[in-house]
Every structure is written in C-alpha cells, then in structure tokens.
Design a protein around this ligand. Structure first.
Ligand SMILES: [Zn+2]
Ligand SMILES: [Zn+2]
Length: 204
C-alpha cells in the first residue's frame, strides 16, 4: 500500500506542465480535457454530478506567462422558470485567460511550478454561463397563474390574464355602476345615463 498517492489524482487531468512550452515565447500546445468537476451549480441550474466538462484550449507561452484560449463546454440541467418542469442544455463559453507566476485568480490565474491548472478557469467559465432562469424551451407557455395547469400540456378554461387597461376600466365601471349586474352594464348603458339625470339617453 502506498498511502502517499495523491488523493486529488482525478483533478490532475486539468494540470498541464508548461515547463517545456515556456522555453520560447510563441510556443503553442493544444489540450483537450474532459473531466467531471464537482460543485458547478447556481440558483436555477447545475452541471449534473459526474457529467464531464470539456475544455478545448490552446496554451501559448507569452512574455511573463502562459495564455489559454479556447472553449469550455458543459451540460446543464435545471427547472424551467415558467412551467417548473425539467430544463436542460449544453453551454459553451469562449475563454481567453492569462496564467502568470503570482497570479491570484483575479486578473490572472496562478502559474506555480510551471504548471497551468485549468480547473479554476473551467469552473469560473461554467459558473458565469450557467443559466439562472432557464426555460425548458423558448416558447414554453408556463403554468396558469389561476389554476396552476401546465399550459404546455393543454389549455385550461381560465380567463386570460386581464390587461391593465381593462382592469382600470373595471374599476371605473364598478365605481359608477355600484349596483351589481356589471356584466350587463355595458349593454344597458341607458339606465345609467338616466340615473345621472341625462335626457339624451335615447338620442345620438
Ligand atoms: Zn417550461
Ligand atoms: Zn387555468
């Protein structure tokens, strides 16, 4: 048994030795890494546990460090913001970052012992791109606010939501009518006119 073996071995695929690359500015090296990254979640969506994140990048020795350019891809799943059903997709983020000795992950990423660790870059890119209010599909009809039915499955018989302009009219009508029978008030407007003393109810 060799207890000295690194427990973080799985993460090592993201660690790229750039000692040789850095011997000459302009030297480039392509990397394609596919590996699961834990804890990629925001409110609304997450990369499912165990699902691999993909990084397709070119590392290039530049003055003072190493630049990393390419694309990060990851599958995500979450809940639709309209119907609360499952939503999923694949995100792709273009990345262009610099690794420098002493980098703190703010302006540049750290380049320690001539190793570029792509994992923090991948993590940051995915977390920035994960949707916080996903849709199951662009034209999701959502749930009826009145009865809660999923309108993607079948339309319900609830009235469509009132337009604010109509709501304002209702208030006016209620204020002037007052005696019920609101439904018929519009068609029997003559009665209303008579009660306010108007004599032109029949005219027009
Ligand atoms: Zn939906
Ligand atoms: Zn309804």
């Amino acid at each position: 048994m060799t207890a000295s073996r690194s427990p973080a071995r799985a993460a090592s695929v993201f660690r790229v030795d750039v000692r040789r690359l850095r011997r000459a500015v302009g030297t480039r090296s392509e990397r394609h890494v596919t590996e699961a990254v834990e804890g990629l979640a925001v409110t609304g969506s997450a990369v499912p546990d165990g699902e691999p994140v993909e990084a397709d990048v070119v590392l290039e020795a530049v003055f003072g460090g190493v630049s990393v350019t390419g694309t990060v891809r990851a599958p995500w799943s979450g809940s639709c913001r309209r119907c609360l059903g499952p939503a999923s997709g694949t995100l792709a983020v273009a990345v262009r970052e610099l690794f420098t000795p002493g980098g703190d992950g703010d302006e540049t990423y750290p380049l320690d012992d001539d190793v570029v660790d792509l994992e923090p870059l991948v993590r940051d890119a995915v977390l920035l791109e994960l949707p916080t209010a996903p849709l199951c599909r662009p034209d999701c009809r959502g749930l009826c606010p009145a009865c809660g039915a999923d309108r993607n499955v079948a339309p319900c018989s609830c009235e469509p939501p009132r337009d604010e302009r109509w709501a304002a009219l209702d208030v006016l009508r209620r204020a002037s009518g007052g005696e019920g029978d609101e439904g018929d008030a519009a068609s029997t407007g003559g009665a209303e006119a008579a009660s306010t003393g108007g004599s032109g109810g029949a005219g027009g």
